[in-house]
Design a protein around this ligand. Structure first.
Ligand code: AMP
Length: 460
């Protein structure tokens, strides 16, 4: 969970990157950063906080240049400290390289240990740093060769942007876990995790950076390299299905498909599998909105927004007592008593992770006077952790990892609990059905995970 933005050959590159990161803010709220090349050197600015907190006009003025990369971070590996904010810049052999990474590697620790034995010194706890060290080690062979070495060595999810002299470089793991799109702006190029960033700055979406592709944009234009092409090794396409279910913005195209209609399909399929009579259907906003529209349109049940979201709630840090914790849940969403009183309701949300927020929200719906509550989820039970960049805890902490649907229904204290089937999910993504990663539902990981090497993984 992170957002990437890159730009090449456009004046005020840092300003565009700032706006690009703004539209990718949902992909990470812990830190934000921009690195820019002015023809001579790379300058960077990053800090903990939201894009609007980290940057202002004065700071952006100090970042001149026409090539830039930016990053918003949601930490899935490495702790949330400034040291781990990205882009991450390193100097070596009188050169600077800046990296921005979305995804998680599953063999980073192993490679790090080997590099440390060879004398490499690491500055952070991020797995992205391993990539920079591997590039630096192999750069004398040439840039493409150095990145090829990285791609041969590391396993897992990586959509990556590099800034190296006046080159903007993008490369993506051969499984294609995380999205990355290429666009055009004023004769220059832009690259972003999601196309909603292009819409904001008026860029045109050209295509996705392909899984297994190295794309180097320099003054000679863009050039693509495919180090795995024609090789015997076959990589199963593994687009993260959770990007469609929850993570990406509905106005974005990811993996070449618009998210909005897919979310609506999830709701339509929920109705096919679980048709219910009720007074109305409502989402838990915003994550359930589009599936609820789909359910309402398929069922003919009216759609209500009986849970009101406070859009101005940031992160809530204070959690000392249960009472304060309860207030912080209510801060975000408040039910409308007038609409809910004595009603039978179908509530739609995208997913259950630990179950704790949903329990509190459902309790408040009941307290608002709802007579019967049917809670429907637009994805199957999440039973297994994700090692490829989505922040799911260990199976022990995932509510569906240890409990049956009936046990969860009782715990949530509601009348019906229904999860969309895997078939219903696959149907919603159309022709991508054979190309998605379903590991969080099935436990079948498309890449071998080295459980012995990571403490957090070992808990699974
Ligand atoms: P809970 O009831 O505590 O399992 O939280 C469920 C809510 O968390 C749903 O509304 C989801 O939209 C949201 N959610 C889904 N995935 C994640 C995630 N990886 N991290 C945090 N929240 C998530």
């Amino acid at each position: 969970m992170c957002g990437l933005f890159g730009i090449f050959g456009v004046k005020e590159a840092a300003n565009y990157t700032y706006f690009g990161l703004y539209s990718l803010q949902h992909r990470g709220q812990e830190s934000a950063g921009i690195a820019v090349y002015d023809g001579k050197k790379i300058r960077e600015w990053k800090n903990l906080g939201l894009v609007s907190e980290v940057f202002n006009e004065e700071i952006l003025k100090e970042l001149p240049g026409e090539v830039a990369i930016g990053h918003v971070r949601y930490s899935t590996t490495g702790s949330s400290i400034l040291q781990n904010a990205q882009p991450f810049c390193v100097n070596f052999a009188k050169k600077t390289i800046a990296i921005a990474h979305n995804g998680n590697l599953v063999n980073a620790y192993q490679i790090r240990c080997e590099l440390e034995e060879d004398g490499h010194i690491f500055q952070t706890t991020m797995d992205s740093e391993v990539i920079v060290h591997l590039i630096a080690k192999n750069l004398k062979k040439g840039l493409v060769e150095a990145i090829t070495e990285v791609m041969k060595r590391v396993r897992g999810a990586y959509s990556i942007l590099l800034l190296y002299e006046d080159n903007l470089i993008a490369f993506r793991d051969p499984w294609g876990f995380r999205p990355l799109a290429l666009g055009m702006l004023n004769g220059g190029y832009v690259i972003a995790s999601e196309t909603c960033a292009f819409d904001l700055i008026g860029a045109q979406y050209l295509r996705d950076v392909k899984p297994g592709e190295i794309l180097i944009i320099s003054k000679d234009g863009p050039k693509s390299y495919y180090p795995f092409k024609g090789k015997k090794t076959k990589f199963q396409r593994s687009y993260c299905i959770f990007e469609f279910i929850y993570f990406a913005r509905p106005d974005s195209y990811i993996f070449s498909k618009n998210v909005y209609p897919i979310r609506k399909n999830l709701g339509k399929n929920l109705y096919k599998e679980c048709p219910l009579e009720a007074d109305f259907v409502m989402p838990f906003p915003d994550s359930g909105n589009y599936a609820a529209i789909g359910y309402s349109q398929a069922s003919g049940l009216p759609l209500e927004f009986a849970m009101i979201r406070n859009h101005y709630v940031g992160r809530t840090f204070i959690q000392p007592s249960q009472k304060i914790r309860d207030i912080s849940v209510k801060m975000k969403l408040n039910p409308v008593k007038e609409i809910l009183r004595d009603k039978e309701v179908v509530i739609i949300d995208d997913s259950l992770v630990r179950g704790t927020t949903s329990k509190n929200r459902l309790k408040s719906i009941k307290e608002a006077g709802a007579k019967r509550i049917h809670f429907l989820l637009s994805c199957p039970p999440i039973k297994y952790p994700c090692f490829f960049g989505i922040d799911f805890p260990s199976s022990a902490e995932l509510i569906a990892g240890r409990h049956s649907v009936e046990e969860i229904r009782k715990y949530l204290d509601i009348d019906t609990l229904y999860y969309l089937s895997i078939e219903g999910l696959l149907d919603a993504v159309g022709d991508l059905r054979d190309k998605v990663c379903l590991a969080c539902f099935t436990g079948e990981y498309p890449v071998e995970v080295d459980f012995s090497f990571r403490k957090d993984i070992a808990e699974v």
